[in-house]
Design a protein around this ligand. Structure first.
Ligand SMILES: [Ca+2]
Ligand SMILES: [Ca+2]
Length: 129
């Protein structure tokens, strides 16, 4: 049986899906490049181990075996063009795709910017000797 009497409820709802302004699959709150244009295509076509972002959230390369190895989640929503521009990379990257080294450097830079994980105990206590 339900309790009787007056009860108040304080309920707030958040949207079912967070907004993703550029539609790259990475929510705005997590998107390092919130104005990504997809797909980004190098002007002269992909060459070898160079990458560009497709519309499906993965990176394509000039080598079939590397296709899909990296995703827009890995780059926090940054396309090859976003990364080339933000890192001030050369015209060669725009012509032939982002080099694998530059792509991996960008991803590594994102990881090092991450906030340190809190080590507080779940109940908030701090044990002392
Ligand atoms: Ca996004
Ligand atoms: Ca983005």
């Amino acid at each position: 049986m339900l309790p009787t009497g007056n009860a108040t409820w304080d309920v707030s709802c958040s949207p079912a899906t967070p907004s993703d302004s550029d539609g790259d699959g990475v929510p705005d709150a997590d998107d390092a490049c919130p104005a990504t244009v997809l797909p980004d295509e190098p002007t002269n076509g992909l060459k070898g181990a160079r990458f560009s972002a497709l519309g499906d959230g993965t990176f394509d390369s000039g080598l079939d075996r590397l296709d899909g190895l990296y995703t827009l989640t890995d780059t926090a929503g940054g396309s090859a063009t976003d990364i080339i521009v933000s890192q001030g990379l050369g015209a060669g990257d725009l012509k032939f795709g982002l080099s694998r080294g530059a792509l991996e450097d960008f991803i590594a830079g994102l990881a090092s910017d991450a906030q340190p994980v809190s080590r507080a105990a779940p109940d908030g206590t701090i044990s002392e000797r």
